[in-house]
Ligand binder design. Structure first.
Ligand SMILES: [Zn+2]
Length: 85
């Protein structure tokens, strides 16, 4: 049976004039939409199932996470923990 599989990786740059979300300021226009985006992602997750669940090549296809990323910081420092949406 086929699946419609989503994979997203969207890194939003910090905006010093923005609104604080989960420890980082992002553009306020986006911050205002985060609750609706979170609800939409959770809705998608409610339909998602692991691929090959219980088999050796099982694929985790029920995951939506975010973290505060410091990859571009100078000097570098560790990123925040991944948190499930
Ligand atoms: Zn990171």
């Amino acid at each position: 049976m086929a699946n419609l599989k989503f994979e997203l990786s969207l890194s939003i740059p910090e905006d010093p004039a923005g609104t604080l979300i989960a420890g980082v300021k992002i553009p306020t226009a986006l911050a205002d939409r985060i609750p609706a985006i979170r609800n939409t992602i959770r809705y998608l997750k409610s339909y998602a199932r692991k691929i090959n669940e219980g088999k050796p090549n099982e694929e985790m296809a029920v995951r939506a996470q975010f973290h505060v990323c410091y990859h571009d910081e100078v000097p570098s420092k560790p990123c925040g923990d991944w948190q499930e949406i």
